[in-house]
Design a protein around this ligand. Sequence first.
Ligand code: ARG
Length: 459
Amino acid sequence: MAQLWGGRFTKETDRLVYNFNASIGFDQKFYRQDIRGSIAHVKMLAKQNILTEEERDTIIRGLEGIQRDVENGTLKITSEYEDIHSFVEANLIERIGDTGKKLHTGRSRNDQVALDMKLYVRDEIDETESLLKTLLSVIDRIMRENVHTYMPGFTHLQKAQPVTLAHHFGAYFEMFRRDRERLLDVRKRMNTCPLGAGALAGTTYPLDRDYTARLLDFDGPTRNSMDSVSDRDYVIELLSALSTIMMHLSRFSEEICIWNTNEYRFVEIDDAYSTGSSIMPQKKNPDIAELVRGKTGRVYGALITMLTAMKGLPLAYNKDMQEDKELTFDAIDTVKGCLALFTGMLDTMKFRKDVMEASARRGFTNATDAADYLVGKGVPFRDAHGIIGRLVLHCIDRGCALDDLSLEEFRSFDSHFDRDIYDAISMKNCVERRNTAGAPGPAAMAAELEADREYLDRT
Ligand code: ARG
């Protein structure tokens, strides 16, 4: 048990206490960030003449050696150390001797861990953001290929009006675009450097916090040192953004599960992204979509856990905050895994365009257009709504679609019907005449696709 703080203690820590307290099992995940932060710290200390240039170079070489050896597997991070900070410092001293003992000058593990977590979160935001961009590109590709692929649009999971596959996917494009912007927004707000805040009250050493911040690509140092060591807002904001990503992925997954049913048959999931049954030979299950939907709760759980962990904490640092790590790491890994797999599944999925279009033709998705037709002939909308409602009932009785009625039948319900009714309620016209901004018609969709392309090119 290698501890940094043994001085004022006369007894060994109880083994169970040691294990309960230790974080090495999980905070080793950010050894790279910890070393990066330490290198910036010693550069600043030397610049301020707190360390000599020689000491600086010796320490940096030692730190780089530790990183190299961890990466090539010759140095194992073990539970012999309490946390990653202790591991790095102890190994540094072992390597370079007494100079290593100067690394922690003007620093506390409180500002150190706040820095490490920020660096880690920032790196992971960048990775997640880029996975979202890949997903957006796949959605964009599918949209471009399906501007004229008709399908039913639903409300209450009941057929409502015909739309296109491009239009349906366009809704998800918007969701994931907002998700990406949310992540970048979190990144922007969190991008201040806590190093130099010390344990909570800064230090008497003449640290140059602006310099350290710059070395670590922050916009500047954090302001209040007590807030610097006890702020985990950015973790909560990240978990909230990640939860929203999962919520969107889960909705999309649910739709894919529905579309993949024997009843719908709108899509065919690629063999590489489906699984079979151990007993039923005919089965091809959408496990990836189900797992993505299922994993959503884990990420929500992390958000609620973190909000709860923080709600009763007096200033400044409290050990409760150590709880931020495991759940944040798990949430990030879960979201990254889900994004990668979901994107692969979508990219290889086949759409049964004929089935989608046939489905859009059933279920009276053109009833609104039939009512609008009568409005065009001077019938007030409320009356038109009633007339078409009665026509729909008649069709249900006869087991046919509105399009199948003869002109005489139409006329027996209202004298305003004419030959042009067939054209007005044809699937093609129902969709292609809807060109208000954001609608499924091809002119509106062309504008949407252009804006999407411009966004993907720009960001
Ligand atoms: N493992 C700790 C954490 O994750 C590091 C900070 C420890 N600081 C302290 N005063 N015990 O929060």
